[in-house]
Design a protein around this ligand. Structure first.
Ligand code: GDD
Length: 388
């Protein structure tokens, strides 16, 4: 992929947030790019980055046909972890997901780990290290963020250098391939040990409407990006519009960075990632909270060529995602009084009468990830590793 090298970045402490970059050409291996553009120099380096990147796919009751397309579109070189919170009765959707993974493994021999978020062995072995993720039923709580964190720990166990997230409700499989090319290219372009790549969907559209209408920005992102930029502007006293990917479900990062992040529960997770990076490495520098102080953190935002076509889950779902992300921002150290008032006003204008809630926040646990994975895969009758 030939990527435009971003023209500028804004620095917040040791965090560099890069302006949006665009794709010039989807495939360009081995070319000598002109100055200002980047392409992975060789097939060898491409394979190297891809094989060190583990994909994590959170899933909850998605159409199996769509899930299968997503899994098959992830390049062969990368290992895959499916973290499912799908129902097991009356219809056992989880069994269908397991069977899809097994079939792909039998056809290809590639590694796919399938975990169920409500696996008792997983919960029992995670609980001593991360008690706050366990709910009243003694199992891991529901939530996309919770599923992503489990995926990150298992990727760590596999020795991942980078982790990459894709939602399971991507309707066009080849778009997932494009996301993978974006991740590999930007991860290999970055010179930092602590790096993140967030995808800005060129256009967004969803299924189940009579027409396919390409929106320039998703409904959640258009609100939450605005809130994030305003809060950051007030905090720094310099107006900014640098944040374009506050809610990017499609993103990747180095494992070194993943271990430093404080994960948000549910749909606050993508916003909370940025919040926690800024809390530690912008506001927390003087308090010694930033481990990557000298290397710096690089955050890239890349605009995809293809539109993002996903399942439509209704207006209430969209509002809930906005609320959870806004809550993460509201209760963050980044938001000072003016920022908080702006968030409250925006939520009020959207019809919310409740105050932002304190979202669940999970530090990456100090845990022997390999031991956790081995225990779960050997003792559990629910979670399985194909090719591990
Ligand atoms: N493991 C797990 N556990 N996965 C979950 C859970 C859960 O409790 N809840 C949802 N998922 C999965 C879904 O099956 C899907 O693959 C992915 O997480 C995203 O969930 P959706 O419910 O489909 O979200 P969306 O497509 O409406 O929203 C996406 O875009 C938003 C920005 O517009 C998500 O990526 C959001 O996180 C993002 O903020």
């Amino acid at each position: 992929m030939l990527l435009n090298y971003p023209s500028r970045f804004e620095a917040y402490g040791s965090v560099e947030i890069y302006e949006l970059s665009r794709i010039h050409t989807l495939l360009s291996m081995g070319i000598s790019p002109r100055p200002g553009a980047y392409s992975i120099p060789s097939l060898k380096q491409f394979e190297d980055t891809a094989s060190k990147t583990v994909f994590i796919v959170p899933v909850k009751n998605e159409d199996p046909f769509v899930v299968e397309g997503v899994l098959r579109a992830i390049p062969y070189y990368s290992q895959v972890i499916l973290v499912s919170n799908s129902q097991r009765e009356p219809l056992n959707m989880y069994k269908v997901e397991l069977d899809i993974a097994r079939t792909i493994f039998k056809n290809t021999g590639r590694t796919i780990i399938v975990l169920h978020q409500k696996d008792k062995v997983l919960a029992d072995n995670l609980a001593p290290h991360l008690p706050s993720i366990i709910g009243e039923d003694s199992l891991v709580k529901d939530g996309k963020g919770e599923g992503m964190l489990i995926g990150a720990i298992i990727a760590d166990a596999l020795g991942a250098e980078n982790i990459a997230f894709v939602d399971a409700d991507n309707y066009i499989p080849s778009v997932v391939l494009e996301y993978a090319l974006i991740y590999y290219t930007a991860l290999s372009m970055s010179e930092s040990k602590y790096k993140m790549v967030r995808i800005y969907w060129g256009y967004k559209a969803w299924m189940s409407t009579d027409e396919l209408y390409y929106r320039r920005m998703g409904r959640v992102s258009s609100i939450v990006n605005g809130l994030f930029n305003k809060v950051l502007s007030y905090r720094r006293k310099v107006e900014t519009d640098i944040i374009k990917t506050s809610n990017s479900g499609e993103h990747a990062m180095s494992m070194d960075l993943a271990r430093e992040i404080v994960y948000g529960g549910g749909f606050s997770v993508e916003t909370q990632e940025l919040v926690s990076i800024l809390e530690k490495c912008y506001l927390g520098v003087d308090r010694g909270l930033c481990p990557s102080l000298h290397g710096g953190i690089e955050i890239y935002q890349i605009e995809s060529l293809s539109p993002h076509i996903h399942a439509e889950k209704g207006e209430a779902h969209v509002l809930e995602m906005i609320f959870e992300s806004a809550s993460a921002l509201y209760h963050s150290e980044i938001a000072e009084e003016r920022g908080k008032s702006f968030i409250l006003k925006t939520l009020g204008d959207l019809g919310f009468s409740r105050d932002p809630v304190q979202i669940s926040r999970y530090e990456y646990p100090k845990i022997d990830a390999r031991k956790l994975m081995d225990t779960v895969l050997t003792e559990s009758s629910l979670s399985t590793g194909f090719g591990v």
